[in-house]
Design a protein around this ligand. Structure first.
Ligand SMILES: C[S@@+](CC[C@H](N)C(=O)[O-])C[C@H]1O[C@@H](n2cnc3c(N)ncnc32)[C@H](O)[C@@H]1O
Length: 276
């Protein structure tokens, strides 16, 4: 990507604000499964001071607060933070504080947190190295920084399914995205980035995150609301093309699940943990 193609922070904020409603409705309920898995691995104690960067509408922050952590949840998009705060209020969780903030330049003091986490967050940023330096800066010595990021795009089946179905109908539609969202997809690259940020005892665990899609509509909603790239992929489809993509996807799901209308799709996720 050339410098001219890198979107500005304002453009990025606008894009995520624009999909926040769908993200909260269709994506957060699914990514909460991944958020819970990361929380489980952290072994949080009551009162653990946890920072979530690029928190979305709370897939990790809410389970962490349920587990007793004192959570500061940050995101560039105010619409995401509004929805995250609404989720916390609905559960009566007073230990979550949502704040709008750019993860490249955190408005937070040094050595404030026991754990700083970002799930499919800083791995999407134009300057991931700077965001990691910020996570390290605000975590206390001996604390942990945790990054969860999708593995290679070919392992993220919900993206593969929808992209291939769209390209089967519109052959010149964009191919699988391999750039920014997948910059740390290789576990060795992620390990190197964490070490470059000054973390010690870096460990990468690769897990498989499974999502049970009960219908094409479910898969469509999740994929097109999960990222501005997904939204853009389908934005220009005519009604006829959309109907055809749906038919192709129905066939793909049935093929996967021996004729049933829904299917379980997998995604490879690397979880990198290092000590400050
Ligand atoms: C794929 S979502 C992940 C959200 C959440 N961590 C989850 O797992 O559901 C990426 C999030 O990054 C946020 N984001 C993008 N650029 C950001 C930046 N520079 N600083 C903070 N958040 C950012 C978006 O607003 C969006 O909520």
């Amino acid at each position: 990507m050339t410098a001219a193609q890198v979107p500005s922070i304002e453009q990025i904020r606008g894009a995520w604000n624009g999909i926040a409603r769908g993200f909260d409705e269709f994506v957060t309920p699914e990514t909460t499964v991944l958020g819970k898995e990361v929380v489980r691995r952290l072994g949080l104690r009551p009162g653990t001071r946890l920072l979530d960067v690029a928190a979305g509408s709370g897939a990790l922050s809410i389970p962490a607060a349920r587990g007793g952590a004192e959570v500061v949840a940050t995101d560039l998009a105010p619409a995401m933070i509004e929805r995250l705060n609404a989720r916390a209020r609905a559960e009566g969780l007073s230990s979550v504080r949502g704040r709008t903030m750019d993860g490249h330049a955190l408005d937070l003091a040094d050595d404030t947190f026991d754990v700083a986490v970002s799930v499919n967050g800083v791995s999407l940023f134009p300057d991931m190295a700077r965001a990691l330096t910020e996570l390290v800066r605000v975590t206390r010595p001996g604390g942990r920084v945790v990054i969860a990021a999708f593995g290679p795009v070919e392992t993220v089946e919900f993206i593969v399914f929808v992209t291939s179905a769209v390209r089967a109908v519109v052959p010149d539609a964009p191919p699988l995205p391999t750039s920014l969202p997948f910059q740390a997809a290789d576990p060795d690259v992620l390990r190197g980035r964490l070490a470059d940020a000054g973390l010690r005892e870096v460990r990468i665990d690769t897990i498989t995150w499974e999502t049970a899609f009960d219908s094409v509509q479910h898969l469509w909603n999740m994929s097109t609301a999960s990222n501005p790239i997904g939204a853009k992929l389908v934005a220009g489809l005519s009604d006829a093309q959309r109907a055809e993509v749906t038919r192709v996807l129905e066939g793909m799901l049935r093929e996967r699940s021996a004729g049933a209308p829904g299917a379980v799709l997998r995604a490879g996720v690397n979880i990198g943990i290092g000590t400050v």
